[in-house]
Design a protein around this ligand. Structure first.
Ligand SMILES: Nc1ncnc2c1ncn2[C@@H]1O[C@H](COP(=O)(O)OP(=O)(O)OP(=O)(O)O)[C@@H](O)[C@H]1O
Length: 297
């Protein structure tokens, strides 16, 4: 398991990490979220030892992370780095070999990965001949070609088309399923909600929400979606414990305080006119994010 414990990093007047803590277990796919400047890149760089810490500790399997573990980690850095002139297949085999794979295994892995990422035809092309999105696919392949136990990816999905997002999502899921601890930063909250088992949300260098996605959603406030025929009279008398957070024509979304009985709210609505449709819903991750961070993404 990867543990970030009370990480602290200061750049001049800026406190980039202010006691940031969370952990990622093997088999877990963790979305690392936070507004711009929240400290995600700095924290990931600290995990890899690319930036030093002013306090706190990164641990792997219960002990301070070693240079060997760092060297074996699959890392997609913010500043992407591929050899511009080298054919992508050769390059990936080279990275795999650096991580100790024999040539046959390296070749086989690279072939499969390029196929899975829709780049099989481009195996002999130089990086610089590829579009930026395709270069990113190659960079992504470079991070996981050696099947690392720990994968740390800085915004792997940014700027990718939906097909690439699907391909990379499937590969990331498989990495976690084979037992790797996977953490990646993203601003794509719906994608993270679908893909990740856990999330860590940071703001101002501190963790403001961390845990299992399903559990966090179930703990969030209940939402009631109601379609009422002729709702004007009802709206005027909705109790303050049931706040209308969205309206689309006759469809209302209400957030209910914990102690409010949705049935009571419904009965109240029925007195104003026929209720055409109603459903109880859990909050979206984007709402939990906004609540935790206190501002829009
Ligand atoms: N090398 C540096 N020198 C000075 N300040 C830095 C440096 N690196 C990061 N910072 C500052 O630390 C804070 C955290 O930055 P960081 O890049 O970790 O945020 P982030 O969460 O990755 O943001 P984004 O979502 O925009 O990528 C910011 O205020 C940033 O300006």
């Amino acid at each position: 398991m990867l543990e970030l414990q009370e990480l602290r990093r200061v750049f001049g007047d800026v406190v980039a990490l202010d006691g940031l803590s969370f952990d990622v277990r093997r088999g877990e796919l963790c979305g690392f979220l936070g507004p711009n400047g929240a400290g995600k890149t700095t924290a990931m760089r600290a995990v890899l030892g690319v930036t030093r810490l002013d306090g706190g500790e990164v641990r792997w399997d219960g002990v301070p992370i070693t240079a060997d573990v760092r060297a074996g980690t699959g890392y997609l850095p913010e500043e992407r780095g591929l050899y511009a002139k080298m054919p992508i297949g050769e390059q990936l085999v080279y990275f795999a070999r650096l991580h100790g794979l024999d040539r046959t295994t390296a070749n086989a892995r690279v072939e499969v990965l390029l196929e899975r990422l829709g780049l099989a035809e481009r195996i002999g092309d130089a990086t610089e001949a590829l579009s930026l999105g395709n270069q990113q696919r190659v960079q992504f392949a470079a991070a996981l070609v050696h099947e690392p136990e720990l994968l740390v990816l800085d915004e792997p999905f940014s700027g990718l088309d939906p097909l690439a997002v699907d391909m990379m999502s499937a590969l990331l899921r498989e990495q976690a399923e084979r037992g790797a601890a996977v953490v990646f930063s993203s601003h794509q909250l719906d994608l993270v909600e679908d893909l990740c088992s856990t999330v860590a949300i940071v703001n101002g260098g501190r963790t403001v929400l961390h845990g299992d996605v399903a559990e966090l959603k179930s703990r969030g406030p209940t939402r009631l979606r109601v379609v009422v025929d002729g709702p004007e009279r009802w709206i005027a008398s909705i109790p303050p414990e049931a706040r209308v957070v969205a309206r689309d024509g006759d469809e209302f979304t209400l957030v209910l305080d914990d102690d409010v009985d949705p049935v009571g709210v419904l009965q109240h609505a029925r007195q104003s006119g026929p209720v055409v449709r109603m459903s109880l819903e859990q909050p979206r991750l984007s709402e939990l994010f906004r609540d935790a961070v206190g501002e829009p993404v």
